[in-house]
Design a protein. Structure first.
Lengths: 214, 117
């Protein structure tokens, strides 16, 4: 009991910042506000992508009264997109390994996995740019028809999310390399990881619903 | 003081033991890779009437695995699950609303909102 009393007194004496250092959170829920905010954001992002997927599904076979041209589904290269999907899926593994590395204070490994995740994300984006370029050459642009607009809006928004994720990963790498982010703030990497896994699950839905289901 | 320090270490260790080991995460990734391969196989082989249901089931299983293990939702506070599931339910409600308004609630003249007539 005496030890507990001493500890409480010392914590009060040192002020609120010491709570963070020992993972005892001064919030009502016992959860960090940053993590709650990220989950709330991801929940709201579900709405965004839910709307975009719904729009695409409703318009996928419609080319409009005055516009013609192919639909995206006519031009899909499934083997190529499958490889891209696999790359993004594996980036989730490297992301989670980055999180566990920083939790164990293995900073070099954390940096390696962060860079690997960013590289895999970049490969996915490069694949998407290649795919979009091929579609454009085949006569399918953003304004070709209502179906293509819905397709490019959906996959384009996802691509922007992945690109922002890459920027965040590189920023984390810089912060870890500079010693600004250590094991005591591993949750920062975990929160970025949540965002990264979210773009992965969105692609899981897009790949199945948009690309594979006839 | 040592008692409290030991207690804090226990709590700290317990906090991080809730997830999987690195090997566990690699096994999960292998499972996800296999499920993706099965998904892609439906493009090359004819699964007949089972094609769409199997793709939807595989999609849901992959989604659930990533959310539960990689996003740690299985081991984390229920508050996070509530926040995320709320978004998912609302997204499905949006889909249902759009589907019913654009497909099922047709104009009496036979011209619905999505056919541009």
């Amino acid at each position: 009991m005496t030890d507990v009393a001493e500890s409480s007194t010392s914590q009060l004496a040192y002020g609120p910042t010491d709570w963070d250092d020992h993972h005892h959170l001064p919030t009502n829920t016992g959860l960090t506000n940053e993590k709650i905010t990220m989950w709330a954001f991801l929940g709201s992002d579900c709405l965004l992508f839910g709307s975009l997927v719904s729009t695409y599904l409703l318009l996928r076979n419609r080319v409009g009264p005055s516009t013609r041209g192919p639909t995206a589904a006519d031009l899909f290269d499934i083997p190529f997109t499958s490889v891209s999907s696999f790359v993004l899926l594996m980036s989730s593994l490297t992301m989670v390994l980055a999180v566990t590395s920083i939790q164990r204070a293995e900073m070099e490994r954390c940096k390696l996995w962060l860079l690997t995740t960013a590289a895999l994300g970049s490969i996915f984006i490069a694949g998407q740019v290649y795919e979009f370029t091929g579609f454009y050459r085949e006569g399918l642009g953003f304004t070709t028809n209502i179906s293509s607009s819905a397709f490019f809006t959906l996959t384009g928004f996802h691509g922007v999310h992945v690109s922002l994720g890459i920027v965040m990963l590189v920023t984390m790498w810089v912060l870890v390399s500079g010693g600004y982010l250590g094991p005591d703030r591993a949750e920062t990497i975990e929160i970025i990881g949540l965002y990264w896994h979210f773009v992965d699950i969105v692609w899981i839905v897009i790949f199945a619903v948009v690309y594979l289901i006839p | 003081m040592e008692t409290v320090a030991a207690s804090e270490e226990d709590t700290h260790a317990e906090h991080h033991d809730h997830g999987l080991s690195d090997v566990g995460y690699i096994k999960i990734a292998i499972i996800l890779g296999v499920l993706t391969a099965v998904e892609v196989a439906t493009y090359f082989w004819d699964f007949g009437i089972l094609e769409v249901p199997s793709l939807l089931i595989l999609m849901v299983v992959k989604f659930q695995i990533v959310v539960s293990y990689f996003m740690h939702l299985k081991f984390d506070s229920k508050v996070f699950s509530y926040l995320f599931v709320t978004g998912l339910v609302l997204a499905m409600a949006v889909f249902a609303a759009m589907g019913t308004s654009m497909v099922f609630w047709q104009d009496p003249s036979g011209c619905d909102a999505s056919s541009f007539c």
